[in-house]
Design a protein around this ligand. Structure first.
Ligand SMILES: Nc1ncnc2c1ncn2[C@@H]1O[C@H](COP(=O)(O)OP(=O)(O)O)[C@@H](O)[C@H]1O
Ligand SMILES: [Mg+2]
Length: 376
């Protein structure tokens, strides 16, 4: 490869890691570029999991899918790769097969003599290693090859570190949203249910001290009402925590029941229409759709002052789409607002499932939420 091509390949590698491609695509690109720049017949990149014990990813170049299948399991790190994993050092060998540490090659593995392996690491943290084998047109890899591959390995490390950070952030946000939700329910349990029970306790004291049967009956009648409404509150809280209808009957019946509850508790007319087929969706998807519709209906009651809300669920081309539309006062979706975690929580659920969510609204024009979730 001439200088210009070389430079272009290195620039490509740099661009790849700042792009929004998936980690596997980026690593594949880096491995291919490494092989091309060093004239290696084979190249591979192994990423060790966070615990540092197993390979989490194994990306190769120069081995066909069929060959890879014939070779069997990706390396476990007992032989030469183990040396790389545990030592995190550069290893350049003329003949891999003659190295005493070279053990555990499976039967169908292509023969490999010249070898160059470098650790994939940033700031002292090793993520795995990038290695090349069978230099074409020469007996061994050169010092320059080593420099290039070290550079590419550093880029791979940055890409892996970024991907892990994004993953961690998403998880942290999901946990945070969950905590906020729990706090709200805890507050409701404490404030509403707790207070109601206290009132019942006081009411019982009144019954005990009643001077006549008539007084006692009157106090008991008051108490009965309080118990009935507390029971309703507790049932509602339980449903909010986890609607049993979702587990027992599935998404659509659970949504219909939710719509009915909202209808009874407000003057909002809720319609649920579903064309999802008979097959149930994954539990994760069902929960996400349920929670999102629940929040959307809560918003319609709380903020929209709407008369009608319609929820339409359809399933097409391995996608579930949900449209929730109200005829309320609308709002400016782009405007930054403080406090509310509802819309944010929806977005997070959608992101975790690789879906899409758009909010169409304008003051005076109602609000429409469009949700698309892939079925896996
Ligand atoms: N259906 C709706 N109609 C009108 N305004 C809405 C609607 N949904 C959301 N909003 C506006 O967006 C804000 C943020 O909503 P959300 O994130 O659910 O937080 P919260 O409901 O806790 O205020 C609301 O405070 C409200 O001003
Ligand atoms: Mg809300």
């Amino acid at each position: 490869m001439d200088r210009d091509n070389r430079r272009r390949a290195l620039v490509d590698a740099g661009i790849a890691i700042t792009s929004e491609l998936s980690l596997d695509v980026i690593l594949q690109k880096l491995v291919t570029i490494a092989a091309e720049l060093t004239d290696a017949r084979y190249a591979a990149l192994g990423v060790i999991d966070r615990a540092g014990t197993e390979l989490e990813r194994f990306v190769t170049h120069g081995v066909t899918d069929a060959e890879r299948k014939a070779i069997g399991e990706p390396p476990r790190g007992r032989g030469i790769l183990g040396v790389l994993i545990h030592d995190a050092r550069v290893l350049r060998l003329d003949d891999l097969t003659r190295d005493p540490r070279s053990v555990g090659f499976p039967a169908n593995h292509p023969p490999m003599r010249s070898f160059l392996g470098v650790p994939v690491m940033t700031r002292g943290v090793a993520f795995g290693n990038l290695y090349l084998a069978e230099k074409q047109g020469a007996d061994a890899f050169t010092e320059e090859d080593e420099e290039i591959v070290t550079l590419l390995a550093a880029q791979a490390a940055v890409a892996i570190e970024n991907a892990r950070r994004v993953e961690r952030d998403a998880l942290r946000r999901a946990v945070l949203a969950q905590e906020v939700e729990r706090r709200r329910l805890a507050r409701e349990l404490h404030d509403e249910t707790g207070q109601a029970l206290t009132s019942i306790l006081l009411g019982l004291a009144v019954v005990e001290r009643a001077e006549s049967l008539g007084d006692a009956r009157a106090a008991a009648a008051d108490l009965r009402e309080l118990v009935v409404s507390t029971l309703q509150d507790v049932r509602r809280l339980a449903v909010e925590l986890r609607p049993s209808a979702l587990d027992d009957f599935g998404l659509v019946p659970a949504l219909r029941r939710l719509g009915q509850t909202v209808r009874e508790g407000s003057r909002l007319d809720v319609q649920v229409e579903a064309r999802l087929g008979d097959e149930r969706l994954e539990p994760e998807l069902e929960t996400a759709v349920y929670r999102i519709v629940q929040e959307a209906l809560t918003n319609a009651v709380k903020h929209a002052d709407a008369h009608h809300v319609s929820v339409v669920l359809t399933r097409k081309n391995e996608m579930v789409s949900v449209v929730i539309e109200d005829d309320g006062r609308g709002f400016e979706p782009a405007a930054p607002r403080g406090g509310g975690l509802g819309l944010l929580g929806m977005r997070e659920r959608v992101e975790l499932l690789d879906g899409t969510l758009s909010v169409e609204s304008a003051p005076g024009a109602g609000t429409t939420l469009l949700l698309g979730l892939p079925i896996r």
